[in-house]
Design a protein. Sequence first.
Length: 332
Amino acid sequence: METTGAIVSENDMQQKEGPSEQAVQLSIVIPVSGRWGDLRDIYDQHVKEILATGHSYEFIFVLDGPDEAALRTLRALKLEHPEIQVIASNRWFGEATALAIGLERSRGSVVLTLPSYFQVEPFEIRRLLEQLKEGGDDMVVAWRHPRLDSLFNRVQAWVFRWLVTVLTGTQYHDVSCGLRVMKRKVIQEIRLYGDLHRFLPLLAYEQGLKVSEVPVQQSRFDLARRMYKPGIYLRRVLDVLTLFFLFKFTKKPLRFFGLVGSGVSLTGVVILVYLGLYRLLGYGAIAGRPLLTLGVILTVLGVQLFSIGLLGELIVFTHARDRKDYQIEEIL
């Protein structure tokens, strides 16, 4: 059976949809995309911690793409533990889609996401669950502190955090950590796409939800130096810029496009006025001068940018009733 680009066994569907199934308190969602570690060991160590909490639970592994090695491991794990759900997508969609599929199929009132490799020591998940229960938060994020990995990794993480802080104004330290605990309403309020799964805590914060961090011990298996291709770093910067636009201009697009368009158009007008005076005062001809072409292009481009912002405002106004970017804490 195929659902949202994912291949799911009929038995799993019956387990999810059966009317007599036992209520699940905690859903553990593990997207397996790109980098993954010993999935069997990840399950074994984390299920021990979950059992110690006394919660009823479910494990959902979502495999992104036809990775035969990972699929063999997950099939063997499923045979040993039939209660595990394994969802394999029929092609590569990205980690955000894999995570969205797992969140959609989860049934717990609380959802815990885990990376497909050891990033945080397993025993730390109990602290996150306690904080979610006692702190009144909607989401609790793990903050690997202090960082134990190489200086190169720490510099990368610092630069990434600095960019996010400057462009969004938030003060979270480790938003890309894959260990997060959240209430079900977080899933209902946020839609993941692209590579924005790394910014799930920030998207929740922007939606008016309460998000907190808990310092946790970094896993001893997460210390290897990580260097990526230049294209990946460029995509990360573009993702942060996307987040910047979502934070600042989603509800007020005219403020950005209007400001930029006005500046560009004003520059073009100044050039054209200068050339007009140059011609009227008899200093020479202006036909065929590159500066004239530049002035016309800048003026037209500025008007177009302003028009884009105006259209964006009209779209936002039209759908304003469908948007809700606040949460009510209490009504007295």
